[in-house]
Design a protein around this ligand. Structure first.
Ligand SMILES: [Cu+2]
Length: 131
């Protein structure tokens, strides 16, 4: 084999390997995004995240969000957390919460989720701006 064809074979093997990995790494197919980045600074403030299947672009219903944490790591205050709780959501694929945003600035909502039909846990971080 020439050096060139050997390189081609190597590239093909690498690409096939990556393809397999992506097919198995299904949690990467899901993304949590903010419904609105801007949230109201203060107590009992609402915020919402949307879970989207990146392959289809469609919202994903019925996920169970757990180990949620809301902290100010975007502003270098990872130790500063906010009390929050889930609230009923009317929109499919949208997960709503109420939180006490006790300081204006950047807040990261970190979570794990069990998604229907997905064996592995999906991790998400969504950044909000309290104003
Ligand atoms: Cu803070």
């Amino acid at each position: 084999m020439t050096a060139r064809s050997r390189l081609l074979v190597l590239l093909t093997v690498l690409l096939l390997g990556m393809g397999t990995r992506f097919a198995l790494a299904a949690p990467a197919d899901y993304a949590f995004e903010p419904v609105s980045v801007e949230v109201r600074y203060g107590n009992d403030s609402e915020f919402a995240v949307r879970l989207v299947n990146k392959q289809t672009g469609k919202p994903v219903e019925g996920a169970v969000l757990f180990r949620t944490r809301l902290d100010m790591s975007p502003d270098g205050m990872a130790a500063m957390t906010a009390k929050h709780m889930a609230t009923p959501s009317a929109e499919p694929g949208v997960y709503t919460f109420k939180a006490d945003f006790t300081m204006a600035g950047g807040w990261a909502f970190k979570l794990m989720a069990k998604v229907q039909g997905e064996r592995e846990t999906v991790h998400g971080t969504v950044v909000f701006e309290a104003k």
